[in-house]
Write a protein that binds this ligand. Structure first.
Ligand code: TEU
Ligand code: CA
Length: 585
C-alpha cells in the first residue's frame, strides 16, 4: 500500500468544456457535481480541476484576477463547497490548479503595481527600457515574441513569460511567497486535497541577463529549476503542505531527469511528483516545432529513463494543452477504438499515478475545425501571428496549427448524441466535434466492448494489483512499431506488449493473458494490429538472457522508499486480474 495519491487514478477536468447546466455554453461546477456518479463508476479517486477562479479568461483561467473567488461562469464559492462535499461523499479527492508564476493583469495587485510608488510595485518584475527604447533583455515568452510589455502608465516594462495579460510575480519578494501560502491554506481549509502547480519550475528568475540565442523561449537558462525555486518549494511544503493530508504535482516545463529528480525526490520534501513532457515529444524536435517519425522504441526509451529514474511518476497522455492522444500516437481512423484501448493499457500499466483527461476515456479525437476563426486559444493566435510575420503561407500555418493547437483537447465533452452533445442546450463557447453522433459517452456506457468500459476494467485491474501499482518497471524489447516492458513485484511478473501499428507484429513473450484489446485468449507471440496484451507469469529467479534481469535484479531500487514515510510497496501481490479481452477492434 502506498499513499492515497499513489493508490488512486486521477481525472483532469477542464471545467468550461465538461458539462454545462444552465445553457450559457460554458461548463460549470453544478455540471461537475452532476457527473460525479459517472466519474465514480469509472473508478477515479482524484479530480484535478483546471482553474475555476475569477479570471478575465485571456488564457482560459490561467490568468487569475482573484484567487479566493470562483469565476461566475462556473458558479459560486458555495457551489465549490458543495463540490468538495459531494466528491468526498464518493471518496473522491479534489485538487486545485495553483497558478502562481503569474496573475492576470486585472488582478488588484497588478493594477496597483502599475504605480511605481505602490507597495505592490515589487510584486511584479518591472524594468526600464534599454537606452534605445527596446525591452530590458532579449527573453522571449512561451507564447512567442518578447517576454516584456511596456506599460505606458508607469513608463517601464513588465515581464510575462506567457501572454501579456499574465504578468510574472516577483519571487525575490518574500511578501509574494506569503501571499501564495495564504492562498494555499484558503483552499486546503475549504476542502482541497492538494495542487497541480502550474509551470512551477520557472518561478524564480535568478537574473535578468540576456539569454543565449534559441529558437524558442530565449532566456530559459536564467529561470528554469533555479536554487531559488527549490528553496520556495521547500518553504511551501514546510509551512503549508506538511500540515494537511494532501499532495502536489508540479507541471515542470522543459524539465530534464536530473532536474525532475531534485524537484520530487521524497527526501527533499519539495513536490510529490512532476508532469514532464519527454514522452509526448518522441515525434517532435525542438519541442513541438519540427515533426519527426514516431517510433515505439523511442517511446520505450523515454519511459525506461523516467520510470527507473524517478521514485514516483505522474503519468499522463493528454491534458488541456496537448492534442488528443488517439490522434497523436494512435489511429483516429479505422483503428480508433482499438488504439484508444492500447493507449489506455499503456497509461494504466506504468508505475506512477495515472491522470486521465476528460474525453480520453471515450477516445475523443482532435477537433474537426476548418479554419482559424473556429479556434479560441490565445497560443494558437500568437503562433499564427508570428508565422504570418515570417511570411509563412496560410495553408502551411493552418496545417501546423491544426495538428498542434491546444484547442484539440478543449472541444466539449461528448456526452450523448443529443444536440449540443449533451454538453449544453445553448451555444457552446467552442465548437463541438462533429463526430459526437457516433462517438459519445452515452453510447459507450451501454456497450461492454467500448473504450469507456475498457478504461473501467483497466482502472479496476490496476486497483486490485499491487504489481501494477508498485511493481518495478523494466524495458523488455522494442522496435519501430512494438514496445514491451515488464512490471515485477515479489514473485509476479506482468509483461505488457503494445503494437503501435495497423499491421500484425511478432513479439515473443510468455504468460497467461490478463488483458487483450483484440480478444486474444492464448498468446502465441504475435500481436494483431494495434493490439495491447498484458501477460502474467510467476518470476523464476534466474532467467539468463532476459534484459530486464540484468538491468534490474530482484533488489529493486525503484521500489525502495526511505524508512517510515509510509510509501513502501510492502504488501504481497494480490492480483484480482480478470481477463479484459475484447472481441472487436
Ligand atoms: O502550461 C505551460 C506551458 O508551458 C504551456 O504553455 C505549454 O508549453 C504549451 O501549452 C504547449 O502547447 C501551463 C498551462 O497548462 C497552460 O494551459 C497555460 O496556458 C500556461 O501554463 C500558462 O499558465
Ligand atoms: Ca454554464
Amino acid at each position: 500500500m502506498g499513499a492515497w495519491w499513489q493508490d488512486r487514478v486521477a481525472y483532469q477536468i477542464y471545467p468550461r468544456s465538461f458539462q454545462d447546466t444552465n445553457g450559457d455554453g460554458f461548463g460549470d461546477l453544478p455540471g461537475i457535481i452532476a457527473r460525479l456518479d459517472d466519474l465514480q463508476a469509472l473508478g477515479v479517486g482524484i479530480l484535478w480541476l483546471s482553474p475555476v477562479y475569477r479570471s478575465p479568461d485571456a488564457d482560459n483561467g490561467y490568468d487569475i484576477s482573484d484567487y479566493r473567488d470562483i469565476n461566475p461562469k462556473f458558479g459560486t464559492l458555495e457551489d465549490m463547497d458543495r463540490l468538495f462535499a459531494e466528491a468526498a461523499r464518493r471518496d473522491i479527492r479534489v485538487i486545485m490548479d495553483l497558478v502562481v508564476n503569474h496573475t492576470s493583469d486585472e488582478h488588484a495587485w497588478f493594477q496597483q503595481s502599475r504605480d511605481p510608488h505602490s507597495p505592490y510595485r515589487d510584486y511584479y518584475i518591472w524594468r526600464p527600457a534599454k537606452p534605445d527604447g527596446s525591452p530590458p533583455n532579449n527573453w522571449t515568452g512561451f507564447f512567442m515574441g518578447s517576454a516584456w510589455t511596456l506599460d505606458e502608465a508607469s513608463g517601464e516594462y513588465y515581464l510575462h513569460l506567457f501572454d501579456k495579460k499574465q504578468p510574472d510575480l516577483n519571487y525575490h519578494n518574500p511578501k509574494v511567497i506569503e501571499e501564495v501560502k495564504a492562498i494555499m491554506r484558503f483552499w486546503l481549509d475549504r476542502g482541497a486535497s492538494g495542487f497541480r502547480c502550474d509551470v512551477i519550475n520557472v518561478l524564480y528568475k535568478a537574473t535578468l541577463d540576456d539569454g543565449e540565442k534559441r529558437l524558442a523561449v530565449q532566456g530559459v537558462e536564467h529561470y528554469k529549476s533555479q536554487p531559488g525555486t527549490h528553496a520556495i518549494l521547500r518553504e511551501l511544503r514546510r509551512d503549508v503542505l506538511d500540515h494537511y493530508d494532501c499532495f502536489t504535482v508540479g507541471e515542470t516545463v522543459m524539465v530534464n531527469l536530473a532536474e525532475a529528480k531534485e524537484l520530487c525526490d521524497p527526501e527533499r520534501r519539495e513536490l510529490d511528483m512532476v508532469f514532464y513532457f519527454d514522452h509526448l515529444e518522441v515525434d517532435r524536435r525542438v519541442s513541438r516545432f519540427v515533426p519527426k517519425r514516431f517510433r515505439a522504441d523511442r517511446l520505450l526509451k523515454v519511459y525506461a529513463k523516467w520510470q527507473q529514474g524517478l521514485f514516483w511518476n505522474a503519468l499522463y497522455l493528454e491534458n488541456h494543452d496537448q492534442p488528443r492522444i488517439v490522434s497523436h500516437y494512435g489511429d483516429d481512423g479505422v483503428w480508433r477504438e482499438r488504439s484508444a484501448k492500447l493507449l489506455a493499457t499503456l497509461l494504466l500499466t506504468l508505475r506512477g499515478t495515472p491522470f486521465i483527461y476528460q474525453g480520453q476515456e471515450i477516445g475523443m479525437t482532435n477537433f474537426d475545425f476548418q479554419g482559424m476563426d473556429e479556434l479560441r486559444d490565445v497560443e494558437s493566435f500568437n503562433i499564427d501571428r508570428l508565422l504570418q510575420s515570417k511570411r509563412v503561407p496560410r495553408r502551411l500555418r493552418w496545417r501546423w496549427i491544426r495538428k498542434s493547437s491546444r484547442d484539440n483537447a478543449r472541444t466539449p465533452m461528448q456526452w450523448s448524441d443529443a444536440p449540443g452533445a449533451g454538453f449544453t442546450t445553448g451555444k457552446p463557447w467552442i465548437g463541438i466535434n462533429g463526430n459526437y453522433h457516433r462517438l459519445n459517452y452515452e453510447t459507450q456506457r451501454g456497450d461492454e466492448t467500448s473504450v469507456l468500459h475498457f478504461y473501467r476494467r483497466m482502472i479496476a485491474l490496476r486497483a486490485g494489483s499491487e504489481t501494477l501499482k508498485y511493481g518495478a518497471f523494466a524495458p523488455l524489447f522494442a522496435n519501430r512499431r512494438v514496445m514491451a516492458y515488464t512490471r515485477t513485484l515479489n514473485d509476479e511478473r506482468l509483461t505488457v506488449l503494445l503494437n503501435f501499428s495497423g499491421t500484425p507484429a511478432r513479439a515473443p513473450a510468455e504468460g497467461e493473458v490478463v488483458v487483450s484489446n483484440a480478444g486474444t485468449a492464448t498468446y502465441a507471440g504475435r500481436l494483431a494490429p494495434w493490439e495491447a496484451v498484458v501477460l502474467r507469469r510467476p518470476v523464476r529467479h534466474t532467467e539468463p538472457g532476459e534484459p530486464q534481469d540484468q538491468a534490474h535484479g530482484p533488489a529493486l531500487p525503484v521500489n525502495a522508499a526511505p524508512e517510515g514515510d509510509g510509501r513502501q510497496a510492502a504488501a504481497p501481490a494480490q492480483p484480482s486480474a480478470k481477463a479484459t479481452g475484447e472481441g472487436k477492434p
